[in-house]
Write a protein that binds this ligand. Structure first.
Ligand code: ASP
Length: 428
């Protein structure tokens, strides 16, 4: 059996065993052992993926952009990509808002549970509020200022700065397109070689994916529940309804929005799409980071879905940084849920404001674990809901982060497939 072909089965095995082990570890009080001897394998896997994310974005966007025949083509593909990204995010937000307004999960949280959760998570909520405050104190154009780095090396030194790296790469790609071919060739050759090497590295790193996923899952379960399994069940019981609404929204976004885009606007079969992208979804689930998953997404979309490099090398890194449908959906549901729990009524206009803010917030959210909650605070403050309310949902945030990241990554792959088929750059 070619094990690379069966990769997703191995990763699922790692995931299920990691979940089982995490529960066992919590039940037996093995928290310390798990932290010392199991979790590091998850960190190694995660670090290895992050390690190659910056060179991959740089190499692939530069080669992708400079291989386009002219800048008009770049503008066409870029414009199309950004418009579809925003369109799918708005769809996700509508799904989330409709669900949370119909089901109203906030109405079912008993008063005592609410007080308890707020007391228990208030310290962490304050920490997050401080990070959000520094993000909010900036002027309206600050986001654009932040996109342009002063120093290339500094931009490349932090995975949270991926948008800056994307901009550097696009600019370099355009400049390479505009200079004479013989001058461009040496640098282009270097980046082509860098990209090929990094793609090979992805394959190598994926050898340890099942182990990495096992350790990440075990670590997450053990961190959420500590050495007390009843804590996990209590949280799931109290916030189960809210979680179900977020999960149902994510499933609807994947099945309805992405499913119909693939079925009706691309020549690809749904089965091929799912089988092709599954390992990336599983890595997204266990790492909670679309940035860390990007190398795997690129590998699968190019090699298994047959999307041409010209499209994937530009659309996917951009998507990992700015397209977060799952995050936007979660932010909308969470904002309304918190308002419902605290007894604050949000009118139609408030909800429209949530849509606008969440589209922007999902663009500005870094592709790393838990980034979505910081932007959620800014949304809450804008619609007049006390930001301390995030204490209500922090306990289960990691679980939802895992799920929304799967949706984010699936959305990027869907749009890459869609753009590639509209450009006639897909092998079927
Ligand atoms: N973890 C998410 C991602 O990387 C972002 C978030 O919603 O926190 O896609």
């Amino acid at each position: 059996m070619n094990w690379q072909k069966q990769l997703h089965i191995w990763i699922i095995l790692g995931l299920v065993l990691g979940l089982g082990y995490g529960i066992l570890s919590a039940a037996m009080g093995w928290g310390e052992f798990t932290q010392n001897w199991i979790s590091p394998f998850g960190d190694i896997f995660l670090n290895a993926l992050f390690m190659i994310a910056v060179p991959l974005v740089l190499g692939s966007i530069i080669t992708g952009v400079s291989s386009l025949s002219d800048t008009r083509k770049l503008a066409r593909i870029g414009g199309k990509t950004i418009a579809i990204y925003i369109g799918t995010t708005v769809f996700a937000l509508i799904i989330g808002l409709v669900l949370v307004n119909i089901v109203r999960p906030g109405d079912t949280v008993p008063e005592d549970v609410r007080t308890e959760l707020q007391a228990e998570w208030s310290d962490m909520a304050e920490e997050r509020q401080e990070s959000a405050a520094s993000a909010e104190e900036r002027g309206p154009l600050q986001a654009f200022v932040d996109m342009v780095p002063r120093n290339i090396a500094a931009a490349a030194s932090n995975n949270r700065n991926m948008l800056q790296v994307v901009l550097i790469a696009v600019l370099f790609g355009i400049a390479l397109l505009l200079i004479p071919k013989e001058k461009a060739q040496p640098l282009l050759g270097l980046f082509e070689s860098l990209t090929a090497t990094v793609i090979k590295l992805v394959e190598i790193i994926m050898w340890i994916a099942p182990l990495g996923v096992f350790a990440l899952l075990a670590d997450t379960v053990s961190l959420i529940s500590g050495d007390n399994l009843s804590e996990l069940w209590r949280l799931l019981g109290a916030l189960g309804f809210y979680m179900l609404v977020v999960l149902a929204g994510l499933v609807l976004q994947v099945v309805i929005t992405y499913g119909s885009l693939i079925k009706f606007f691309t020549p690809m079969g749904i089965k091929k799409f799912i089988m092709g992208i599954a390992p990336a979804q599983l890595v997204a689930f266990s790492t909670s980071s679309s940035g860390a998953t990007l190398p795997v997404t690129m590998d699968r979309v190019e090699n298994k879905l047959g999307v041409g490099e010209e499209v994937s090398s530009f659309v996917l890194p951009l998507g990992a940084t700015i397209n977060m449908d799952g995050t936007a959906l979660y932010q909308a549901v969470a904002a309304v849920f918190i308002a419902q729990t605290l007894g604050i009524a949000l009118g139609f206009m408030d909800q429209i404001e949530i849509i606008l803010l969440a589209v922007l917030a999902s663009i500005g959210t870094a592709a790393v674990p838990s980034a979505g909650i910081i932007m959620l605070i800014i949304i809450l403050q804008s619609v007049g809901v006390p930001a301390a309310g995030i204490a209500l949902i922090l306990g289960v945030d990691r679980i939802l982060d895992m799920c929304r990241t799967v949706c984010n990554v699936t959305g990027d792959a869907t749009v890459a497939t869609l753009v590639a088929s509209s450009e006639g750059q897909i092998e079927t």
